[in-house]
Design a protein around this ligand. Structure first.
Ligand code: BV8
Length: 228
C-alpha cells in the first residue's frame, strides 16, 4: 500500500513551534510579505536573517512529538509490507528527521540549511546566519540565504511529489490549513485521480470539504490513533 502524507505546521505545534495562521501564529505576528519573499531579502537581508535565526533557535529547543513518531512507525510498517510512505512536508523544521523518519520531502525547504545565491550550494548551517557569512563552496560573502521556499518562489521536488501522489492508494493531510498553494491543491489532485483522502487536523481546514473523511483533535493524539 502506498500512502502519501502531507504535513504542515500543525504537526509541530505541540513541540512548541508556532503555526502560521492560528491565533498568535507566525504570520499573525510577522508580515510574511516583509520576511518570506525574495524581495524582502533583497530589501532587508539583515532583518530576514534575524527572523530565520530566531526560528532556528526555536527549532533547536523543540523536540519531535508523538505525531512525528507515529509517522515513523507508519513508514517502517508500510516498508515491511512492501508498501511505501511518501512523507511530503511544508514544514521547514527537522522534527520528522529527528523523530527517525528516513525519507522526508521538504517542498518548502529546510530552515537548518543555507543556500548561496551566487553558486546555489546548499549546506547544513550550524551558527547564526548573517550577511558576513561566506559561502563554504565559492567563498562569496553576503550571498547566503535560508534554504527555504519564499512566497512567489517555486517549491522544491514538485515532479517527485506529483509522481508519488498519482501512485498513492491513500492521501492524508496532517496539521495544515490548506491555505498555501500548490500544497493546498494536492487533495483536489488526489480526488481527481479517485484516491481516497483523509484530513487529520485540530479543526476543519480551508479544504475540509474535499476530504472523504477526517479525524479532528491534537496531532499527538489524532495521528497515533489514525496510524496504529
Ligand atoms: C508558488 C517557507 C508558483 C518559508 C512558506 C501572489 C504572489 C505570489 C504567489 C502567490 C500569490 N497569490 C497566491 C500565491 C501562491 C502562494 C500562496 O499560496 N499564497 C497563499 C498565502 C494564498 N504560494 C506560493 O507563493 C508558493 N509558490 O506559488 O510558486 C508555482 C506554483 C505551482 C507550481 C510552480 C510554481 C510558495 C509557497 C511557500 C511559501 N513558504 N514557508 C518559511 O516557513 O518561512 S509558507 C508557510 O505556509 C509554511 O511553509 C507553512 O507550512 C505553509 C502552510 O501553512 P500550514 O503548514 O498549513 O500552517 P498554518 O498555520 O496555515 O495551519 C496550521 C494548521 O494546523 C491549522 O489548520 C491548525 O488548525 C492546525 N493545528 C494547529 N495546532 C494543531 C493543529 N493540528 C493538529 N494538532 C495541533 N496541535
Amino acid at each position: 500500500m502506498n500512502v502519501f502524507v502531507l504535513t504542515g505546521a500543525g504537526i509541530s505545534a505541540e513541540s512548541g513551534l508556532g503555526t502560521f495562521r492560528d491565533p498568535g501564529g507566525l504570520w499573525r505576528r510577522f508580515d510574511p510579505m516583509r520576511l518570506a519573499t525574495p524581495e524582502a531579502f533583497a530589501r532587508e537581508p539583515e532583518e530576514v536573517h534575524a527572523f530565520y535565526n530566531l526560528r532556528r533557535h526555536g527549532v533547536r529547543q523543540a523536540e519531535p512529538n508523538a505525531a512525528h513518531a507515529a509517522l515513523v512507525r507508519l513508514e517502517s510498517g508500510l516498508a515491511a509490507r512492501g508498501g511505501r510512505l511518501f512523507l511530503c512536508t511544508q514544514n521547514v523544521d527537522d522534527l520528522h528527521e529527528r523523530a527517525g523518519a528516513r525519507a522526508v520531502t521538504h517542498m518548502h525547504g529546510e530552515l537548518m540549511r543555507a543556500r548561496c545565491t551566487a553558486c546555489g550550494e546548499s549546506r547544513p548551517w550550524a551558527e547564526e546566519l548573517g550577511l558576513g557569512t561566506a559561502c563554504p563552496a565559492c567563498g562569496r560573502r553576503g550571498g547566503m540565504r535560508p534554504d527555504v521556499v519564499w512566497f512567489g518562489e517555486m517549491p522544491f521536488h514538485l515532479e517527485a511529489i506529483a509522481e508519488a501522489l498519482d501512485a498513492a492508494d491513500l492521501f492524508v493531510a496532517i496539521g495544515t490549513s490548506g491555505a498555501v498553494y500548490p500544497a493546498a491543491g494536492f487533495v483536489a489532485r488526489a480526488r481527481g485521480a479517485g484516491i481516497p483522502t483523509r484530513e487529520v487536523n485540530l479543526a476543519p481546514s480551508d479544504t475540509a470539504g474535499l476530504f472523504d473523511d477526517a479525524r479532528y483533535g491534537p496531532a499527538t493524539r489524532a495521528v497515533p490513533e489514525a496510524v496504529d
